[in-house]
Design a protein. Structure first.
Lengths: 285, 293
C-alpha cells in the first residue's frame, strides 16, 4: 500500500505547480471587500494571466468600443467587480497541462469537464448560490477529473489498462482504477489539490465526486448531479459512461431526478458552447 | 420630447409615509416623443403603473432600454402588463452579460424562473424581442435615436443618450466617476490617472450640450467616503458632470433607499445655496414629475 502511495505521490509531484497568481485571485475573489489595487497588482505580475484577461475583455462578449491594452485600462473600463469575476472565470482553466497522451482523448475530456463545469454552475444558481459562488462551482466542475490527467501522463500503462477494462458493459472506471492502480482518479486528484493548496471545498469536491459518503456540501451535491446529467446527455467523454445512482436526498434537493433535470436545463448546450472561449483563452500560453 | 419619472428610488423600493413626495418605486423613466411614441428607460418597480396605463391604450410598439440588470432596474418587468397581452410588440434592449456569455435575453427568463415567479417567460403572450447592445452603438427607432455609452458600475451599465424632436436627453443609469486606485507616488499612479482622465473626458464629450441630464446621485459626500467603488455618484459628482458637460438641466435621481422626503428637501436647499452661481439648473427628481424637453 505504501508502495502505491509513493508512486501516486511521485506522479503528483511531476505535475506543474499551480500558478501563484491563480491562487491569489481565488483568495482575493473570496473577499467581499477585495481591494481593486491588490487584484490589479496580482494580475499584472503574471504576464500570461494578463494576456488572457486582455483577450477576454476584447472579445465580442464585452462589446467594447475601444481596444483594451493594459490591465490598468481594463480596470478603469470594467471596474473591480467585472474584472474580479472575469479573472475568476479564467483562473481555473489553463492550470491543466496540455497532454498529448493517447490514453486520454483530450478533446473529449475537455468537453466533458466543461459541460460538468457549466452544469454544476447552473445547478448552483438554481439552488440560490450567488454569482461569485457560482464561479467556484464552475471551477469544481472543470477540475473534478483532473486526477485522470495525472494518471494519463505519469502512470500511462496502468491507466490504459484500467480504462480498457472500464469499457466493458457494466464496468465502473473507479472500481477498475482501484483494482489496477490501487487508487482512483478522485484520490490522486485530491492529492494534486493538496499540492496545489486549493481551497478545501474545491479539494473535497474533487476527492469525493464519486463517493458522497466522504463529505457533504451543496457544491458536492451539484457536482455529483452535474456529472450524471453530463454523462446522460453524452457531452464529451472522460472514459466513464456509467451513470451512478443519485441518492434520494439530492433528488429532493432539486425536486427531480437526472432525467428530469437533464430536460429542464435547455440552455446547457448553449452555455457549454459559450464557455468554450474560456478553454481557448485558458489554453493560450 | 417629454420625460416622466415613474420611479426615482435606488437599490430597493421604499414605500411609506417618508417617501410619499419623491416616491418609493425604483428606477423607470417614460420618454414620449411629441407625436406620442414611447421609450422606457429602465424597468424598476415604477414601470408597473405605466404598464397599467399602456394596457388600456396599447402603443404600436414599446421599446424598453435597460441600463443594467441589477434588480432595481429590472424588477418591475414581470409586472409590466403589456407583456401579457397578445399582439403587443415589446423590444428589450440592454448590455451583454460577458461573464455568463449571454446577451440581454435572460433578463426575463432568469427572474421569472419558477422558484421566483409563478409565470414563466415562455408563457408571456406579447411578441417580445431582445437586442443586446454594444458600447457606443446607436439604435435608430425612426422617431428617435438611442445611443449607448459604457459607464462605471459593478455591472456592465450603459448610459443612454436619446435624441428626439431635435432635443437630447442623457440618462446615466448607475454611475460612479472613474477614480484612481493608486496613491500619488505609486509606480502606476500616473499611468492609471491618464486613463481615468481620458475616460472622464470621453464621458464629458459624449454629454456635451445635452438638453437634459438624468443622473445617479445616490450619496452625500459623507456617505460616499464609505461607499467608494459601489458604483454610484454623489450629488456633487452629478452636478459637476452636468456643469462640465454644459447640460441645460439636470435631474438628480436614484435616491438612497433610506432617504426621507424631508432629508431630500434639506439636501436640495443646501445644494441650491452651494451651487447658486454655478449656472447648473437642477432638480431632485420626484416620482410623477414630468418635464418637457
Amino acid at each position: 500500500m505504501s508502495d502505491v502511495n509513493d508512486r501516486l505521490l511521485a506522479a503528483v509531484e511531476k505535475m506543474p505547480a499551480f500558478p501563484q497568481s491563480v491562487s491569489k485571485v481565488l483568495a482575493l475573489a473570496g473577499e467581499i471587500d477585495c481591494s481593486q489595487k491588490d487584484l490589479v497588482e496580482v494580475i499584472k505580475r503574471d504576464p500570461v494571466f494578463t494576456l488572457k484577461i486582455l483577450r477576454l475583455v476584447n472579445s465580442a462578449y464585452f462589446g467594447l468600443s475601444r481596444e483594451i491594452t493594459s490591465i490598468n485600462h481594463a480596470s478603469v473600463y470594467l471596474g473591480l467587480n467585472t474584472l474580479k469575476n472575469a479573472a475568476l472565470s479564467l483562473a481555473a482553466v489553463g492550470v491543466i497541462p496540455e497532454t498529448a497522451s493517447r490514453r486520454l482523448d483530450m478533446g473529449g475530456f475537455w468537453l466533458h469537464s466543461l459541460a460538468v463545469a457549466a452544469c454544476t454552475n447552473m445547478l448552483g444558481l438554481r439552488l440560490g448560490v450567488g454569482r461569485d459562488g457560482a464561479a467556484d462551482y464552475f471551477a469544481a466542475g472543470l477540475l473534478h477529473d483532473i486526477g485522470k490527467v495525472v494518471f494519463a501522463l505519469y502512470m500511462p500503462g496502468e491507466f490504459e489498462e484500467a480504462a480498457g477494462m472500464a469499457l466493458e458493459p457494466g464496468a465502473s472506471l473507479v472500481r477498475c482504477e482501484r483494482e489496477v492502480l490501487g487508487a482512483t482518479h478522485a484520490d490522486i486528484g485530491a492529492m494534486l489539490a493538496d499540492k496545489w493548496n486549493l481551497p478545501t471545498h474545491l479539494r473535497d469536491a474533487i476527492a469525493f465526486h464519486h463517493d458522497l459518503g466522504g463529505a457533504s456540501s451543496k457544491l458536492l451535491d451539484c457536482l455529483y448531479m452535474a456529472n450524471q446529467i453530463t454523462k446522460r446527455l453524452a457531452f464529451g467523454s472522460a472514459g466513464n459512461f456509467e451513470i451512478e445512482s443519485v441518492p434520494e436526498r439530492i433528488r429532493d434537493l432539486f425536486g427531480m431526478d437526472v432525467d428530469g433535470l437533464a430536460n429542464d436545463l435547455p440552455t446547457l448546450d448553449e452555455e457549454v458552447e459559450n464557455a468554450r472561449i474560456f478553454i481557448k483563452l485558458g489554453e493560450a500560453r | 420630447m417629454r420625460l416622466t419619472f415613474r420611479g426615482t428610488r435606488g437599490s430597493l423600493p421604499a414605500p411609506g409615509p417618508d417617501t410619499v413626495r419623491y416616491g418609493g418605486n425604483t428606477t423607470c423613466i417614460e420618454v414620449r416623443s411629441d407625436a406620442g411614441d414611447l421609450i422606457i428607460l429602465d424597468a424598476g418597480t415604477g414601470i408597473r403603473t405605466l404598464g397599467l396605463e399602456l394596457a388600456a391604450d396599447p402603443p404600436p410598439a414599446c421599446h424598453i432600454f435597460i441600463s443594467h440588470t441589477h434588480w432595481d432596474h429590472i424588477q418591475g418587468l414581470p409586472f409590466f402588463v403589456p407583456l401579457f397581452m397578445p399582439g403587443n410588440r415589446v423590444t428589450i434592449y440592454g448590455p451583454p452579460d460577458p461573464l455568463n456569455m449571454t446577451g440581454i435575453e435572460p433578463v426575463l427568463t432568469r427572474q421569472m424562473e419558477y422558484p421566483h415567479f409563478p409565470v414563466r417567460e415562455a408563457e408571456l403572450k406579447a411578441d417580445i424581442a431582445y437586442e443586446t447592445l454594444s458600447d457606443r452603438q446607436t439604435v435608430d427607432l425612426g422617431f428617435a435615436e438611442v445611443s449607448t455609452l459604457l459607464m462605471n458600475h459593478p455591472a456592465m451599465n450603459y448610459g443612454f443618450k436619446v435624441a428626439c424632436d431635435g432635443k437630447t436627453l442623457f440618462f446615466t443609469g448607475d454611475h460612479e466617476p472613474f477614480f484612481n486606485i493608486y496613491e500619488p507616488g505609486d509606480a502606476d499612479f500616473d499611468d492609471y490617472e491618464r486613463i481615468v482622465q481620458a475616460r472622464n473626458a470621453e464621458l464629458a464629450a459624449a454629454l456635451r450640450g445635452v438638453d437634459v441630464l438624468v443622473a445617479d446621485a445616490q450619496y452625500t459626500g459623507e456617505e460616499y467616503a464609505r461607499k467608494r467603488g459601489w458604483g454610484h455618484s454623489t450629488f456633487g459628482h452629478a452636478l459637476s458632470l452636468a456643469r462640465d458637460a454644459g447640460a441645460g438641466r439636470v435631474c438628480l435621481t436614484h435616491h438612497e433607499v433610506a432617504r426621507t422626503d424631508g432629508e431630500l428637501d434639506a439636501i436640495g436647499e443646501r445644494l441650491r445655496r452651494e451651487w447658486a452661481d454655478s449656472g447648473v439648473d437642477f432638480r431632485l427628481a420626484g416620482e410623477g414629475d414630468s418635464l418637457a424637453v
